[in-house]
Design a protein around this ligand. Structure first.
Ligand SMILES: Nc1ncnc2c1ncn2[C@@H]1O[C@H](COP(=O)(O)OP(=O)(O)OP(=O)(O)O)[C@@H](O)[C@H]1O
Ligand SMILES: [Mg+2]
Length: 450
């Protein structure tokens, strides 16, 4: 297929000459004004555009042309726009380039030269396109991928693959940001249901009175305002997976209805007159301890036992420190396009990530890396860039000099106590001179009052 070239030119003579000369290599489309040019850009998606800046209603100026350039790039920033201008417009042409035009070309037009410029423009266009496609594919594969070589994560994935082969409900538990949703999607992707949707519903985000119709849908006339029949999430997920996030927030009356579905795979719309069969796998998630909620009467025990047959518990990040660096490098790659260079972690950054206790878990790690990629100046990300500079725990981490000083201070205080402050005995025991002892006591602010 020939590359598509749009020629924007209000001089009919020039336009038809160009079309005649370029048609063997390009599919040439013509426009003599901005409005038509925009329609063509939207509908025919040209790869290349030659743009005469002097267009009506301003054929001697460049305003209309420059505006059109902006509009074209707004629609598709990958289009290569070559400005065609008279010699007197050279300065304007350069301005156009600073606004994103690919190149500029002087009138009168030398067709061979123009062919050469267009050929090069198209070459760059194809390279960029290939690059974007590769990058997209990379991000797609990176996106749903679950990273982790800790025992807990390997186990979680193994169970996930197993439960993906059947229709038994799954309960995923874990603190906020530990990866409950990404695991739910992983299960869905590995199941026979992956041609259909995973439909997420956050049970805590919807007011109780709307929750039932949200889940089960309603019939026309079920309540004031129900002008038409509407499907709920269950029917939307038919053939696929319904992901019930924050299941602990599901109101008790709806817990009954969910339990009923789990028993016979049927639902009833609000105001409905009969049961409807739906084929849905339920994956529920919570960061609360459901068992405690059961004993407090906030969660039905029969539903709990039905849901918890297969429970996957995701550990907090602080309990799988061996995954921290793997995840960090994964996110460095995932967000590498935030900067024009691939960035790396300094040793200090890696150390501080190991000691930090990650209350926000993987989500927090992901956000910190994303932020650091943007904030760091060079290619190396420091612990300060991560916002972990001040979080080192002084109880645990010492450099050698500090450790030595602390030990010295401790020894002197203890010896002074043993010898009731008699300096000669202390210096003898510690094998240092009297002036050294006095110096150290001063240095560490030790006083001994007999
Ligand atoms: N093992 C992992 N590998 C790669 N990315 C992960 C992993 N775990 C979590 N993430 C990423 O961390 C972020 C948070 O994960 P997710 O939304 O699944 O957590 P969650 O447990 O559902 O949190 P919340 O309870 O706050 O909803 C997401 O961007 C997800 O892609
Ligand atoms: Mg979640």
């Amino acid at each position: 297929m020939k590359p598509v070239l749009l020629v924007v030119e209000d001089d009919e003579n020039i336009a038809s000459q160009m079309k005649w000369a370029l048609s063997d290599q390009y599919e040439v489309l013509l426009s003599s004004n901005a409005g038509l040019a925009i329609d063509i850009v939207k509908n025919n998606k040209p790869h290349l555009v030659t743009l005469d800046l002097g267009l009506p209603p301003d054929p001697d100026g460049s305003t209309e042309g420059l505006n059109l350039l902006g509009d074209i790039l707004e629609i598709d920033k990958n289009i290569k726009v070559v400005i065609v201008s008279g010699n007197s417009e050279r300065e304007v042409a350069l301005r156009a380039i600073s606004k994103g035009a690919y190149d500029h070309f002087g009138k009168p037009i030398d067709i061979d030269e123009l062919k050469y410029v267009l050929k090069r423009a198209h070459y760059v266009f194809s390279l960029e396109k290939e690059y974007h496609e590769m990058e997209m594919a990379l991000h797609r594969s990176i996106d749903g991928e679950i990273i982790g070589s800790s025992k807990a994560m390997l186990e979680a994935q193994a169970i996930a693959r197993k439960v993906a082969t059947n229709d038994i409900p799954v309960l995923i538990t874990g603190e906020s940001g530990t990866g409950k949703e990404i695991l739910a999607r992983y299960i869905h992707q590995h199941s026979r249901r992956n041609k259909n949707d995973l439909v997420p519903l956050n049970c805590g985000a919807i007011p109780e009175n709307l929750m039932e119709s949200e889940l089960f849908g309603y019939e026309k006339g079920a309540f004031t305002g129900a002008h038409t029949r509407r499907q709920g999430k269950f029917e939307g997920a038919d053939g696929g997976t319904l992901f019930l996030d924050e299941i602990g927030e599901l109101p008790l009356p709806l817990q009954v209805k969910l339990l009923r579905f789990l028993q016979d795979n049927k639902i009833e719309r609000v105001g409905g007159k009969g049961l409807i069969d739906v084929d849905v796998k339920i994956i529920a998630a919570t960061n609360r301890v459901l068992k405690e909620m059961v004993s407090e009467g906030l969660f039905r025990d029969d539903l709990y036992y039905r849901l918890a047959v297969i429970t996957i518990d995701l550990p907090p990040l602080r309990e799988k420190k061996e995954d921290v660096l793997l995840l960090a490098n994964h996110f460095l790659l995932k967000y590498s396009h935030y900067s024009n260079r691939q960035k790396y972690l300094s040793q200090g950054a890696m150390d501080s990530m190991q000691t930090y206790n990650w209350p926000g878990n993987v989500r927090e790690l992901e956000n910190k890396i994303r932020r650091a990629i943007t904030l760091s100046d060079g290619i190396v990300i420091s612990s300060k860039d991560l916002g972990l500079g001040l979080i080192k725990d002084p109880e645990i981490i010492y450099d050698l000099a500090t450790a030595k000083q602390m030990l010295e201070k401790k020894y002197i205080i203890e010896a002074l106590a043993r010898h009731k402050g008699i300096a000669s005995k202390v210096s003898k025991e510690l094998d240092i001179s009297r002036p050294t002892l006095t110096g150290l006591m001063k240095k560490y602010g030790i006083e001994y009052n007999k």
